[in-house]
Design a protein. Sequence first.
Length: 61
Amino acid sequence: MTLKLENIIKDVGKRVIKKWIAEGRSHYGPDKPIPEREFLMGYIRHKYNLYTGRYSEGSLG
């Protein structure tokens, strides 16, 4: 991988993580801890769409 591509991947990853944290904060509240594993598994299983900010049909959220 080229250095430029690695930097692009890192930048995209940072933006996704920041959005993920912001969505977790809005969902669980600013003072409650985000259950990282459960919340991340929702993303992996496509229950929560990071880009639309909505849960998919049939999910518990």
